[in-house]
Write a protein that binds this ligand. Structure first.
Ligand SMILES: NC(=O)c1ccc[n+]([C@@H]2O[C@H](COP(=O)([O-])OP(=O)(O)OC[C@H]3O[C@@H](n4cnc5c(N)ncnc54)[C@H](OP(=O)(O)O)[C@@H]3O)[C@@H](O)[C@H]2O)c1
Length: 324
């Protein structure tokens, strides 16, 4: 058993990590650090864990843990690592965007590997620091990577994606207030969302020319999940596109192409990404769907930990969607 620590324990991704790791056969949670709840039961913030753990939130870290997960808002991971030293052997998985871009991937002698297993599996297996991808970025990239590798993203790429309210974290804001969000839909950050940077770097990593991407994020009035649709000019036929995706994801543990049109609920509460392809005249429409808190955050973080420690990537992640 390895010992792990979680920083940012009372937040949404922290809560999902605790839930997953309590059921992981190789892991013991050593501490759950909280700036606001030290000494209180973990169940005071995560009532869903009542009866499953007696852990208390901690105001201190154990610097000798084997792995630490940083579940902090952007900028706070760098600050936390600057202020807290971990042992040489401690592997780090950061869920913020502090280290995702190549220009910001080096910190204090460590190089963070972009933790998208479908793209970087062997690099992940050989690193001790992971920059876990963003949730929109995960859904959108998984829908586009096979086309990027084949050099088929030369034209403009138009992406719409709708997300649940947990994507914004546990803190209350005007747009996550029930009275505003319920029975409501709205877009935000049109064409400027911060995940465009990491998406662009991954798509360009194959060395092929890539068309400009236009991304319109939408807030949905549900709590979990992302459904992303991307379309682009495509001269080939649908069967060719399907075989491209099938071959790209042949060894993927959690990313699967569906013959049937897909919907959000088939992946919520799982670490799966489901993809569907549809052709209309000279346009290819790719739909991809994930749970923002699992494949988009804590599930992918556990998948990355599994790869770093040489375990089966599915360990602790055999989850079934609720669907109905
Ligand atoms: N939510 C998603 O779907 C999602 C998906 C992908 C990536 N992410 C990224 O994952 C990170 C965490 O997201 P989240 O949704 O879990 O956020 P969150 O619900 O807001 O939780 C973050 C937690 O960090 C702690 N915290 C706040 N300020 C801090 C500080 N200055 N120093 C140390 N700890 C501090 C707080 O916990 P304590 O009070 O217990 O200290 C807070 O609850 C973010 O960078 C986010 O962008 C989120």
């Amino acid at each position: 058993m390895i010992k792990v620590g979680i920083i940012g324990g009372s937040g949404y991704t922290g809560g999902e990590l605790i839930r997953l790791l309590l059921n992981h056969s190789q892991v013991e949670i050593d501490f759950v650090f909280s700036t606001t709840r030290a000494g209180k039961p973990v169940t005071s913030a995560h009532q869903d864990l009542l009866g499953q753990t007696n852990l208390l939130f901690s105001g201190e870290v154990n610097p000798k843990v084997d792995a630490v997960f940083l579940c902090l808002g952007h900028g706070n991971s760098t600050k936390f690592l600057d202020e807290n030293t971990f042992a040489e052997h401690t592997k780090i998985v950061d869920l913020s965007n502090d280290f995702r871009l190549q220009a910001s991937s080096n910190w204090n002698g460590k190089t963070f590997v972009y933790g998208l297993p479908e793209l970087n599996k062997s690099k992940i297996e050989n690193t001790d620091a992971i920059a876990n991808p963003g949730c929109f970025a995960t859904a959108i990239q998984l829908g586009l990577l096979p086309l990027a590798q084949a050099g088929l993203l030369k034209g403009e790429i138009h992406t719409n994606a709708i997300t649940g309210s947990t994507g914004a974290g546990v803190g209350l804001s005007a747009t996550s207030h029930f009275s505003w969000r319920n029975n409501n839909v709205s877009w935000y950050k049109p064409f400027t969302h911060q995940h465009l940077g990491e998406i662009g770097e991954s798509l360009k990593s194959f060395g092929n020319p890539t068309g400009k991407q236009y991304f319109l994020p939408t807030r949905g009035n549900f709590t979990r999940g992302i459904l992303a649709t991307s379309y682009t000019r495509f001269d080939g036929d649908l069967e060719a596109a399907k075989s491209l995706f099938a071959s790209f994801y042949a060894d993927a543990a959690f990313t699967h192409v569906s013959e049937e049109p897909i919907h959000l609920k088939q992946v919520v509460n799982t670490n799966q990404c489901h993809i569907h392809l549809h052709q209309h005249e000279d346009v290819l429409l790719v739909t991809s769907t994930i749970d923002n808190l699992l494949k988009g955050a804590s599930g992918q973080a556990v998948q990355n930990m599994n790869l770093m420690f040489g375990w089966d990537q599915r360990e602790g992640l055999q989850l079934k969607a609720g669907v109905f």
